[in-house]
Design a protein around this ligand. Sequence first.
Ligand code: DOR
Ligand code: ZN
Length: 473
Amino acid sequence: MIADLVIRNGTVVTPEADFIASVAIADGRIIAVGDDAAMPAAAETLDATGLHVLPGVIDVHVHFRDPGYPHKEDFGTGTAAAAFGGVTTVFDMPNTIPPTGAADVLAAKHAIASASAHVDYGLYGLLGEDTIGNVDELVAGGVIGFKLYMGNTFGKIPSPSTGAMLEAFEVVAPTGKRVSLHAETNSIMELRETRLRAAGRIDALAHLAARPAVVAVEAVSRAAILAEWTGARVHILHISSAAELRPLAEARARGVDITGETCPHYMMLSSEDYARLGGVIRVNPPVREKSDHEPLWRALADGLIDMIATDHAPHAPEEKTRNDIWTVDCGFPGVETQMPLMLTEVARGRFSIRDYVRWSAANPARIWGLAPRKGAIRPGADADIAIVDLAARWTIDDMKLQSRSKITPWHGREVRGLPLHTLVRGRFVMRDRRLQADARGWGRSVHEIQNMPPAAPRNVDLSLASVTRPPEG
Ligand code: DOR
Ligand code: ZN
């Protein structure tokens, strides 16, 4: 067999090992990993001597704004940013216009994504109080999982009551899909924001004051109780505080199928950066204290937090720089900067490159049912690969980002590690730091290859559907 491409003599990284090897690719899949002399003949070769060959990042948390906010981002620009960040699969959030909460809206988003995506993607369905009845049609229409907003954030999607949330979990549990939670309790932060505004606070730190860690702690704890009761699988998005780790660990110890992610900004920025960055740092949940950093790093290291994601949340500069913090849009881009920010910590010796691929690719693939097709450099897997120069030193420049949103808290930051080439299913989508013209529309939805373990619903006889079913006969 003649391979389409052999990537020669790079350092191949898996969660267990890194070793010099060549990687042969045919028909979009990896067909061999090993000694260069053992590689099949190939139509094309790429010399990766001195470079690292990583499984492409799977970022399970991005907002590509399409349809609805084309001035912030669209699926084309968002996935171009992903390609430049070494990201080969993204999961897109449902707070677009209209929100992705019904089959027809989902179908429209699939059409947009398949026409313009440069990398593979999954689409989240919205699990809101008024979309619980749409779960089955959303699963049939091809969602990767569900998103439930326990608290208000950009897009102002109303948060379901605890009663509705229990019903939502009851309905999703038998589907086996995972529910990703924006775990911030709305009533706490709404009251605090009202009081802070009444007190005349409009400074950036007022945003943090409105959402202390207890907002997240309460939400994680409550979500875990409902997940335990119903058997629904849950994923805690953007873990921002040390305090959330205890309810997460306790739920895991009780056997709840609960996973979690954190983002670079919660481990690399702190309350000390608010004065410098102003509204640019406004994000939900908020960037917190320096004392949160070490516990979050440790939780990643010991496996309590499973993965790194970005919450890529692009906005226009004028939406990020208003004087009154309550009028500033929340979030900032991240899909393109996550890898260099994390690799800089590898260069500093905080953790290993093997740890990084566990958090960025292997664990997301396993937890979201995409393994063994995605998330690994292994024969049989999709050739989703980032070829990275770990030694490159460069400075993040917002104006050079692919995202339409040219404003991030990372501007001017010196980093180490640069993805030079990104392949999705064997095709270069970014090569020599250039977007490939034929990459647009190459991305495919990964829901078709998703393979979650059998569903394990609990207390089914007590569910709302069961207790309201008319008696037979
Ligand atoms: O800061 C945020 N921005 N947090 C979210 O949860 C949503 C996101 C957005 O869509 O802008
Ligand atoms: Zn988000």
